[in-house]
Design a protein around this ligand. Structure first.
Ligand code: GLU
Length: 509
């Protein structure tokens, strides 16, 4: 094929459930290439297997892509020159290609029943042969290669159920170049005569996928490694259909692996290790079971896109942070690795933290505002909220965790970290806290420096080391042994409130 062909790529999911993040990565790589090359990104819904159709899955896929920032130019939502983009709605288009192959002697009708197929499999297994419907076994089956012409005609006319199968050569090398793996060579003797058109008249995945890629002018097929075994069959279909000249380039992406590195990343790994494997939360319409999503877990979409881009693709330098426009510029299929990419939970957190750091206090507050209001009600003042966010944000990887952590800015401690109290309290600690309360109330300045110098001079006057009272003071005002820089915390609460809390703590502890 010529390289001057316009770049047209497609993401072609089957709506069989929520989109796995591995699927999001596939869509992302397609999108990055399309954008880099000034090409077109297409979404095609491959729903020919009606038995696996799950309501809501298509809407979920579309919403997920939008959330991550992948823009679709042609697809079921926005239409396009090759509409419809749902294969079930394209059903009438496929039969002619399967029948065309029969005319050329490259496919055939097969009338075998389930029982016939089962008997064949058992027979082949018993003689230690591959239980496949292939160049050898097809001659013992009920199909238009073995039945007389009249019988075939009669069966077709009487409405006997049949499928159309591809007729593969017995022993022939099938080669194609994969952009990531290099040359892939398979012998047709290891392949079987796959069904192209099913008895309900629907095409199988293989036929519909190839026909649509051809009709939609797809230049690159970028998909998961699990489709690599299907690629030789697709190459044969291009050849048989006379479309070899415009066969797309293939790129089979490495698997996303479990954090330990052995095996494909599954939903169970996510449950086990506490991270989502789906972009958005999903509730199974049949079982009602809910699976967590990156969005609902508090990830920024930019962080998810950045993390996914680097699971399998390695930029020339060791840079890790890429915005979407930067990914579009830097991405290349040549730098996608052949071997699987291990999912790393800590890295996912790290990415989120990097994007959290890039948000201004105002942006964070706006995002968190509904949660703040829900938790702390009308007490909350926006300027105060802004100072809280500024003070607490450093400690967190997820913005949403700031809200519950801010409780002591709105409420007096209802309890204290008992373990820390047991460690830090001495005979005279409560007396010292009372003295500090009085000193803070009398201090001239109540900004962070004012609190700090007042604290230091009070400690000196009491003959105490600052280290001895620092923790009790923090626990006294917040109830917690850890938190943001203490004098800034005190300044935000204000001298009167601090003094009251210290007295309260002294009376209770
Ligand atoms: N419908 C297939 C899937 O669910 C598409 C594979 C391909 O991209 O060819 O992944």
């Amino acid at each position: 094929m010529s390289d001057s062909r316009p770049v047209r790529v497609r993401f072609a999911p089957s709506p069989t459930g929520p989109l796995h993040i591995g699927g999001v990565r596939t869509a992302l790589y397609n999108y990055l290439l399309a954008r880099q090359m000034g090409g077109t990104m297409i979404l095609r819904i491959e729903d020919t297997d009606q038995t696996r159709y799950v309501p809501g899955a298509e809407a979920y896929i579309i919403e997920s892509l939008k959330w991550v920032g992948i823009e679709i130019e042609e697809g079921p939502e926005n239409g396009g020159p090759h509409a419809p983009y749902r294969q079930s709605e394209r059903k009438p288009m496929y039969r002619q290609y399967a029948e065309g192959l029969i005319e050329k002697g490259l496919a055939y009708y097969a009338f075998d029943t389930e029982d016939d197929l089962e008997t064949m499999r058992k027979r082949l297994e018993a003689s230690k042969m591959q239980p496949a419907y292939d160049a050898v076994s097809r001659m013992g089956m009920k199909n238009s290669l073995t039945l007389g012409q009249d019988e075939v005609k009669a069966r077709l006319e009487s409405g006997d159920p049949y499928v159309i199968r591809i007729k593969l050569p017995r022993k022939e090398e099938v080669r194609f170049h994969d952009e990531i793996r290099g040359w892939v060579v398979v012998n047709s003797s290891t392949m079987d005569d796959k069904v192209l058109l099913k008895s309900d008249g629907m095409p199988t995945y293989h036929l519909a996928n190839v026909v649509d890629d051809y009709l939609m002018g797809i230049s690159h097929v970028i998909r998961g490694e699990e489709w690599l075994p299907s690629a030789p069959l697709h190459v044969m279909l291009y050849r048989y259909l006379g479309w070899e000249e415009v066969m797309p380039k293939f790129a089979h992406l490495p698997l996303l692996l479990k954090p330990e590195g052995n095996g494909k990343l599954s939903k169970r790994d996510g449950d086990r290790l506490g991270f989502p494997v789906f972009p958005l939360q999903w509730t199974d319409p049949k079982t009602g079971e809910t699976s967590s999503g990156y969005r609902e877990s508090g990830y920024f979409p930019e962080a998810v896109a950045n993390m996914l881009a680097l699971l399998g693709w390695h930029p020339s330098d060791n840079r890790e942070l890429f915005s979407m426009p930067e990914l579009i510029e830097a991405f290349s299929l040549e730098k996608v690795s052949k071997s699987g990419a291990k999912f790393d939970v800590n890295k996912a957190h790290w990415f989120n933290q990097q994007y959290l750091a890039q948000r201004s206090d105002e942006e964070l507050l706006s995002t968190l505002w509904p949660a703040f209001e829900a938790q702390y009600g009308s007490q909350i003042d926006r300027a105060y909220g802004l100072q809280i966010v500024a003070l607490l944000r450093e400690k967190f990887q997820f913005a949403k965790d700031i809200v519950p952590a801010a409780h002591y800015f709105f409420q007096r401690p209802s309890d204290y970290d008992r373990e820390a109290v047991a460690k830090k309290w001495k005979e005279d600690t409560n007396a010292s806290l009372m003295a500090l309360a009085a000193a803070f109330e009398d201090a001239a300045s109540s900004d962070a420096e004012g609190f700090e110098s007042c604290f230091k001079s009070s400690c000196e006057a009491m003959g105490k080391k600052t280290g001895e009272l620092m923790q009790p003071m923090r626990i006294g005002v917040s109830g917690e042994a850890m938190g943001p820089p203490i004098f800034e915390l005190l300044a935000l609460l204000g001298a009167t409130e601090v003094a009251e809390r210290l007295r309260l703590a002294a009376s209770l502890l």
